[in-house]
Design a protein around this ligand. Structure first.
Ligand code: FAD
Ligand code: UDP
Length: 388
């Protein structure tokens, strides 16, 4: 007797689990998503002006995991793309992550040399130093450099993005964009980087294209559980909502996206420009840099952070603090007791700041666990062979 699976969420986590269960276990899988599209936050497509856009902000695929890269490469080719970001600081556009090149943009040549010399006295060339760590330096020149970077690059951006100061968040959040002791680097340093050549939506559609898989968009879990017969559940949505917010709402930040299309093609020099100090939005994205599309018009998207209001806005970012982690753990313990046999994964259910590759890796690892519970041989196999 085959097990019937319900997978809630058609983002990368849900799509990976559905694909693996359908192919690996040869079980029927019904995937539902309450949005009217697949691919979750990685959803992309052509807008009314014929421009290919990332509807929920820039999505650049980057990973150090050859397993994840090879797995997704079964469903897409890749457009080579290396991400570059500039931040507007004191009227200059300085490269991020903050590096020697950024120092050159903001200081006189003599002062810049002194600062670089001092940095190299304190750290080996190439070191990545989180801003909050650099602020603890016992060298006065490095402390005042750190204070400048903190004030002009991190404070305003983080206050807009998260509604709090960098030091009030898990340090890993600002640590995602460290200060580089050396020349300019790309935004990501992973071995594998790119954009799916036909887009993320096409890639996810191929993952879900299997005779064992049925997909229903515009269908919430609440609707699905009354109408779809299933034996086992995989849930990739938020746990607080699943349990009716009984312990209070988990903190998430939301965004609104403002898209503007203009004639021309080079509206900004790189894909993303950050605005830590001006404007209500944090950053602008010119999509054509990501997609390589050549057109007479170009679309730019502003990202406006906002509070998350359950039921009204999308929960894009978990706000990670000791308190919110403890609340999430309470929800996890409750679902483990009250929904035995259900599986939970993804940026929302795990309440983790996953990049796409981490979401896929987590799903592949969970699949191995699921295969073990189902008595399938893949449970003991190395991860790389689980993805075949
Ligand atoms: P999601 O993509 O959020 O998918 C979950 C799905 O579940 C959603 O579609 C939702 O509608 C559905 N769902 C939830 N609850 C229910 C329910 N009750 N019933 C039915 N459906 C439900 N990562 C990178 O690697 N590179 C980047 O450049 C990058 N840029 C990003 C930019 C922004 C603005 C954001 C917000 C994220 C970015 N990410 C990036 C992260 C990336 O979006 C996530 O890692 C990835 O989307 C996680 O996939 P997921 O399936 O876990 O979650
Ligand atoms: N950050 C900042 N200023 C910047 C870029 C990043 O303060 O110009 C901080 C901010 O807190 C942000 C975090 O670093 O949320 C992580 O940045 P990243 O670019 O990784 O954000 P994401 O693309 O995940 O939204």
């Amino acid at each position: 007797m085959r097990t019937r699976w319900l997978v809630v969420g058609a983002g990368l986590s849900g799509a990976t689990l559905a694909e693996r269960i359908a192919r690996g276990l040869d079980d029927p899988v019904h995937v539902v998503d309450r949005r009217d599209h697949i691919a979750g936050n990685a959803f992309d497509g052509t807008n009314e002006h014929g421009v290919m856009v990332h509807h929920y902000g820039a999505h650049i695929f980057h990973t150090g995991s050859s397993t994840v890269w090879r797995y997704l490469s079964r469903f897409t080719d890749w457009r080579e793309y290396r991400h570059r970001v500039l931040a507007e600081v004191q009227g200059a556009q300085v490269p991020l992550p903050f590096s020697f090149d950024s120092i050159d943009c903001l200081f006189s040549p003599t002062e810049a040399e002194l600062i670089k010399h001092e940095l190299l006295g304190a750290y080996p060339q190439g070191t990545k130093v989180p801003i909050l760590k650099l602020m603890e330096s016992d060298r006065p020149r490095l402390r005042s450099l750190a204070e400048l970077i903190y004030r002009y690059v991190f404070l305003g951006y983080t206050t807009k993005q998260w509604g709090c100061r960098p030091e009030d968040l898990d340090r890993a959040v600002s640590g995602r964009v460290p200060v580089i002791v050396g020349p300019r680097t790309e935004y990501f340093d992973d071995t594998y980087q790119g954009i799916p050549s036909e887009g993320y939506t096409a890639m996810v559609a191929r993952m879900l294209d299997h005779p064992n898989i049925t997909v229903s968009t515009a269908t919430s879990f609440d609707q699905a559980r009354g109408t779809i017969d299933f034996d086992r559940l995989v849930f990739t949505g938020p746990l607080d909502e699943l349990l009716g917010y009984r312990y209070g709402a988990l903190a998430y930040r939301s965004l609104s996206f403002c898209h503007r299309t203009r004639p021309g093609s080079g509206l900004q020099p790189v894909a993303v420009i950050n605005f830590p100090n001006d404007h209500p939005y944090t950053r602008t994205l010119e999509h054509r840099h990501l997609t390589g599309q050549i057109a007479d018009v170009s679309t730019i998207t502003e990202e406006h952070p906002q509070d998350h209001e359950p039921g009204k806005t999308e929960p894009y970012y978990p706000v990670l603090t000791a308190g919110t982690r403890a609340l999430h753990k309470r929800y996890l313990d409750a679902v483990a007791t009250e929904m035995p046999g259900a599986y939970f994964a993804g940026r929302l259910a795990d309440y983790r700041y996953y990049d796409m590759d981490q979401a896929v890796l987590r799903a592949l690892l969970l699949y191995r666990e699921i295969a073990g519970d189902q008595g399938a041989a893949q449970a003991a196999a190395p991860l790389a062979s689980v993805t075949e």
